[in-house]
Design a protein around this ligand. Structure first.
Ligand SMILES: [Zn+2]
Length: 266
């Protein structure tokens, strides 16, 4: 296959995602927080950097951009009105752009930060839809709410929830095992979640990424995408009573806020 997507590990648990065109030896990278592992990866594969995508301003996603640009002047596609000032192509909800045979559409997904966007490619050369969702959505988790409100984050996740179920989700961090442990506290009887835990443990024991994950599975096991499922509603109400939070199952924002509060204190 001409194209492939690789994970470049950075810092403790970040992934810089790299799409490479193996015929032309060109590469696109997403969220290069650290330049050194990215440069080393490109060099070892004989790839030339061709484009950078940025999902949000946090340094562990953006800090390596300046250094990479010293070696290759390439476009940086990222959010508009971002505290990060190095974006050359500013994007908003509904914008689209191309890289080689790839067409990307932009969703605004504020919550973790206010500038957070996701890059969606529905008809890809890999024959599977792909989403680079940064720190908005994780396998069995979602980003901490540093800048946005629970309601804002839930609306952002609702947009991602509407993507085709086959969509592969390329998240910004390897947080899966910790997220699965939390998800099991919320929905201990979820059989698919239980077997997913064993699968992820095996992958991590072999030092392999648990990502990408697939949206269809996340819809069944990720409590942060299941604010309107009965088991999550019940768990959120019970947690709300313990934590003295107002949680009514008729209010999806309250259900979501309770699950997020629970995870923050887990
Ligand atoms: Zn972040």
């Amino acid at each position: 296959m001409t194209y492939r997507i690789d994970a470049i590990p950075a810092f403790n648990d970040n992934y810089v995602w790299c799409i490479s065109d193996r015929e032309q030896d060109k590469a696109l990278v997403v969220d290069p927080g650290d330049a050194a592992p990215v440069s080393a990866f490109l060099e070892s594969r004989g790839l030339t950097l061709d484009m950078i995508l940025l999902t949000h301003h946090h340094p562990d996603h953006s800090h390596g951009i300046k250094t990479l640009l010293r070696e290759a002047k390439v476009p940086v596609h990222g959010p508009t009105n971002s505290p990060y000032k190095g974006v050359t192509h500013e994007l908003r909800e509904g914008d689209s752009f191309k890289w080689r045979d790839w067409q990307f559409n932009v969703l605004e997904v504020p919550g973790h930060t206010l500038d957070h966007i996701a890059f969606i490619a529905e008809n890809t050369p890999l024959d599977v839809p792909v989403a680079f969702c940064g720190d908005a959505l994780f396998a069995c988790g979602c980003g901490r709410l540093f800048e946005g409100t629970p309601a804002q984050m839930r609306q952002s996740l609702a947009k991602l929830r509407d993507l085709p179920e086959r969509t592969e989700l390329y998240c910004g961090h390897e947080y899966t095992l910790a997220n699965v442990a939390f998800s099991l506290a919320v929905t201990p009887d979820n059989k698919e979640l239980q077997s997913y835990e064993s699968e992820c443990k095996r992958l991590r024991e072999n030092d392999r990424p648990t990502l990408p994950t697939v949206l269809g599975r996340e819809l069944r096991i990720n409590p942060f995408l299941r604010w309107d499922s009965e088991d999550v509603e019940q768990a959120a109400e019970a947690y709300g009573q313990k934590a003295a939070l107002d949680v009514s199952r008729e209010n999806p924002d309250q259900v979501f806020a309770a699950i997020r509060h629970w995870k923050d204190n887990f």
